[in-house]
Design a protein around this ligand. Structure first.
Ligand code: SF4
Length: 417
């Protein structure tokens, strides 16, 4: 049985038991409060004015009828598609699974990204096999020039398993490209101080151990941001999800406890707290696109990986040389993606305390359970997602946790205890 149903607590708003006598309650705009069991029982029994607990929850916007209409409208618009101006993140896979992109295709991918109307773009070049440097080099330089010509904001990043050689590193630094180390945790932590990458993406395998030592090693290597992602073997069943969540949860706790001395941020936690998915760069098509080495455009990096690993073709959108931005909304997969993202329309999501902190991408649900929405009662993705948020929210009454979140730029005014 997954952890999904059992910790839910009946009451007037979605609530979750966090152990130690704590109950988390969540309002309609994602504001949360940590209550004792007695306080929650009183809340569930009906609080009358001028009860101080009612006033506290009303002030916070946890009681639905007391939530500000403007805040509700803002949350709906910000989390919806009404203001869609194209994906912000473009993942250009310059080498993977034995295939490499040629520079002309990288140029076409950059041109496509710049044909979308968003004022600020984020391009990540993924050099999985290490053979895609010519395309990454050309793509990064070309994108930087295009951004200057067009006066558009641009963030660039280069992800590879091996640390770039000195000349490449100089080129990347000279063009403002952040290096993201693609590391694998499937055993003990590496010795500290190995790499010079600014960020790290650590794939947690079944044999991963010593999360605290991983945190210490990354911190001493001067890495400023880390995201933990599960290896495919840990994504398909609840026990794998629990192993991943346990590793990532312990790593997060270590970071919270070490925040006074460490500049390392947990990007996974920060992403979750702003309702963002954690393992692909945004929700399929709405927030991200991915470009395969041959120029095929996919709704996300995970959509591309599903096609490459299992020949799942539903996330293919066309070829970068012929696809136009205006074509994206009329892609056959769009209605299914939009329906899958409407959490309010999913019966189990509607009563989930973490609904405001959840945008599990449809392609991620698809990898785990073969459907765009997932089967939520036994979804390993929901279980992992909730277990990680439990680590943060069960510590809302802990000064250390709030200070760490504040240091990482999280708006802690939404949380109270
Ligand atoms: S998909 Fe998200 S909102 Fe829905 S039940 Fe799972 S964690 Fe909760």
């Amino acid at each position: 049985m997954s952890r999904l149903r059992e910790p839910r607590v009946p009451g007037p708003v979605p609530a979750r038991a966090l152990g130690g006598g704590k109950v988390l309650v969540a309002g309609p705009t994602g504001r949360v409060a940590l209550l004792t069991e007695d306080e929650h029982a009183a809340f569930a029994g009906g609080l009358r004015e001028p009860d101080p607990l009612r006033e506290r929850l009303a002030a916070l916007g946890v009681i639905p009828e007391a939530a500000e209409p403007e805040a509700l409208a803002r949350a709906t618009i910000e989390s919806g598609l009404l203001n869609w101006s194209g994906p912000v993140t473009h993942v250009v896979v310059v080498s993977a699974r034995g295939r490499s992109m040629v520079p002309e295709t990288a140029k076409a991918a950059v041109d496509f990204a710049f044909s979308t109307p968003r004022p600020t773009l984020f391009l990540e070049f993924v050099d999985e096999d290490g053979n895609g440097w010519p395309a990454a080099w050309f793509g990064a330089a070309y994108a930087r020039r295009r951004a200057e010509w067009a006066g558009r904001g641009l963030a660039l990043s280069y992800r590879s398993a091996a640390a770039p050689a000195r000349e490449r590193d100089e080129f990347l630094r000279g063009h403002g490209v952040a290096v993201r180390a693609a590391l694998k945790a499937d055993g003990a932590a590496p010795p500290a101080g190995e790499r010079g990458a600014a960020r790290a993406r650590v794939t947690i395998g079944p044999g991963a151990r010593e999360p605290e030592a991983w945190v210490d090693a990354l911190s001493s290597a001067g890495v400023s941001g880390v995201e933990w992602v599960p290896a495919p073997e840990l994504t398909s069943d609840p026990s794998g999800a629990r192993r991943f969540a346990d590793f990532a949860g312990r790593a997060l706790s270590r970071l919270i406890d070490a925040h006074e001395t460490s500049d390392l941020r947990d990007e996974l936690a920060i992403g979750l707290l702003s309702g963002r998915p954690w393992e692909i760069r945004g929700v399929d098509l709405v927030e991200t696109l991915a470009y395969a080495p041959d120029g095929t455009v996919f709704s996300s990096e995970e959509g591309w990986a599903l096609d490459a690993d299992r020949s799942v073709g539903i996330f293919r959108l066309g070829h970068v040389s012929t696809l136009r931005f205006a074509d994206l909304p009329s892609q056959p997969v769009v209605p299914a993606l939009v329906a899958a993202l409407a959490r309010e329309a999913q019966p189990l999501c509607a009563s989930c305390a973490y609904r405001s902190y959840c945008l599990i991408p449809p392609s991620v649900h698809f990898r785990a359970q073969g459907s765009l929405t997932g089967r939520l009662p036994d979804s390993p993705r929901c279980a992992a997602h909730m277990a990680l948020l439990d680590v943060v929210f069960s510590r809302l009454n802990d000064e250390k946790c709030l200070k760490a979140l504040e240091k990482w730029g999280v708006d802690i005014s939404r949380f109270t205890c």
